[in-house]
Write a protein that binds this ligand. Structure first.
Ligand code: ARG
Length: 253
């Protein structure tokens, strides 16, 4: 049933592409004309998460706005975080949009759009934890992370941290923290705020672990799509759309 709905949506998208995305005959750089396929991992509120049967969030709305500007229909692929770059590289997805941090390593595999958000990795601990600052992370510390994220990469490289436990979802790492299976969780700031608000007894350390930028991942050399996405992002920034989307999901405080 779900598959059927998806293929109908796809066909609809293709039909629409005759009148929209493909009408000018210009190449938007997407694998299927008229469709912008976004790979994401919808376990990352407020950027992408499930609400009932829908996937919503800041990245979803940004992608919708970009697709609209391109005259394309948006199709979302919800996959494991560490499969996003491979899907973009193989061309299965046109764009990876997943609160993804720009790193020199990832830039070896994909191109990144201009950054659209600033973030940081923060440390979540139980309210009564002996870990009160970054310098308290030690060889005895067990830190939970989401597999393949910068939290995982940086903590695994950090000699001062004893053990890194990897989880498929950030929320699973946070659950392990509430169960005392790990001593701390290193994760992006905004999801951390959401998870802490949903799990009493946890807090975020004042000092952040890293500072990062989020950008869209695009197959290397696909400059047509890269330019489309960058100019869409510029327009969405200039006309306030981006700020409005963020304000819908993140309250300034
Ligand atoms: N910013 C981090 C990274 O790029 C975590 C992103 C996780 N995103 C997600 N949708 N699960 O590695």
């Amino acid at each position: 049933m779900k598959k059927k709905a998806l293929s109908i949506a796809l066909i609809l998208g293709m039909v629409m592409s005759l009148t929209a995305c493909g009408s000018s005959g210009s190449d938007k750089g997407t694998a299927t004309p008229g469709v912008l396929v976004m790979a994401t991992n919808a376990e990352f509120p407020p950027y992408e998460y499930h609400e009932g049967s829908e996937i919503v969030g800041i990245d979803v709305e940004i992608a919708q706005a970009i697709a609209k500007k391109m005259g394309c229909t948006l199709q979302i692929e919800d996959i494991a975080f560490d499969s996003i770059i491979p899907e973009v590289v193989s061309g299965k997805a046109d764009i990876g949009l997943a609160g993804m941090t720009v790193t020199p390593d990832r830039q070896q595999s994909v191109d990144f759009s201009d950054p659209y958000a600033a973030s940081s990795q923060v440390v979540i601990v139980p309210e009564d934890s002996a870990i009160t600052s970054l310098s308290d992370l030690s060889a005895d510390s067990v830190v939970g992370v989401q597999t393949g994220t910068t939290g995982d990469i940086y903590c695994s490289d950090d000699d001062s941290i004893g053990t890194v436990e990897r989880y498929n979802k950030g929320m699973e790492a946070v659950q392990a923290l509430t169960q005392g299976k790990v001593d701390a969780v290193v994760i992006d700031r905004e999801p951390a705020k959401v998870f802490v608000s949903e799990n009493p007894g946890l807090k975020i350390l004042g000092e952040s672990y890293t500072d990062e930028d989020y950008a869209a991942a695009i197959r290397k050399g696909n400059t047509v799509l890269l330019d489309e996405v960058n100019s869409a992002l510029q327009e969405l920034t200039a006309d306030g759309t981006l700020d409005n989307i963020v304000a819908k999901y993140i309250s300034a405080n």
